[in-house]
Ligand binder design. Structure first.
Ligand code: TMP
Length: 217
């Protein structure tokens, strides 16, 4: 049982490498919930509070000089601690449905899978930043790294520091997400993001309906 069940809200996270259509799908997911009479709180990581948005800009903008894997890891968790304390937990305690664009699975995929950071460090920091808080549902939008990279390069705005990594990095990120899904098949659902947008949205809607069933409106 996710933390959110105990407090009536629902915590739903959206994951996957960049270029898989995740942001579009979150917008569609929010519209789907509204049509069912649920007004979700839509937020993102790193970000979601003024402090965490500043940390996001610092860690993602190119031109900050070297940002080592440990510094990157700690900035992600500093942003997360702010976001959980000031936004996510209060919303869940108020019974809201929180749709969050990335959470700790992203740290496991990018800093763990992508950069090779020790899994134990990530677990320890998660225990500090959000003790007892796990998503009720995590949707992983899955596509081969080449498909995702091709979409990034055609979308018309520049790459951030992490997006500038090579295809091998994004293959490791993808493998790490699939490993999380294999380890936690109840919480983490993989959706094939290579299908048309509407078909992906229909799969997401089925997952959302199951997790919000029984919520107070
Ligand atoms: P976005 O492009 O989906 O908004 O994600 C922002 C970037 O931050 C993306 O490249 C993934 C990266 N990221 C991490 O490396 N670790 C994390 O813990 C989070 C939340 C994001």
């Amino acid at each position: 049982m996710g933390y959110a069940d105990a407090v009536r809200g629902r915590f739903i996270t959206f994951e996957g490498a960049e270029g898989v259509g995740k942001t579009t799908q979150i917008t569609r997911a929010a519209a789907h919930l509204r049509a069912r009479g649920i007004e979700p709180l839509v937020t993102r990581e790193p970000g979601g509070t003024p402090l965490a948005e500043k940390l996001r800009a610092l860690v993602l903008e190119p031109g900050q000089g070297a940002v080592g894997a440990t510094a990157e890891l700690l900035i992600m968790f500093a942003a997360r601690a702010s976001h959980v304390t000031d936004v996510i937990r209060p919303a869940l305690e108020a019974g809201r449905c929180v749709l969050c664009d990335r959470f700790t699975d992203a740290t496991e995929a990018y800093q763990g899978g992508g950069r090779g950071v020790e899994p134990d460090w990530i677990r320890a920091l998660a225990g500090i930043a959000h003790p007892g808080l796990l998503p009720d549902l995590t949707i992983v939008f899955d596509a081969p790294a080449e498909v995702a990279r091709a979409r990034i390069s055609t979308r018309g705005f520049g790459e951030d520091r992490i997006e500038a990594e090579d295809t091998a990095f994004f293959e490791r990120v993808r493998r790490a997400y699939l490993a999380i899904a294999a380890r936690e098949p109840k919480r983490v659902q993989v959706v094939d993001a290579t299908r048309p947008e509407a078909a992906v949205a229909a799969s997401v809607a089925v997952l959302l309906d199951a997790v919000v069933a029984g919520m107070d409106r």
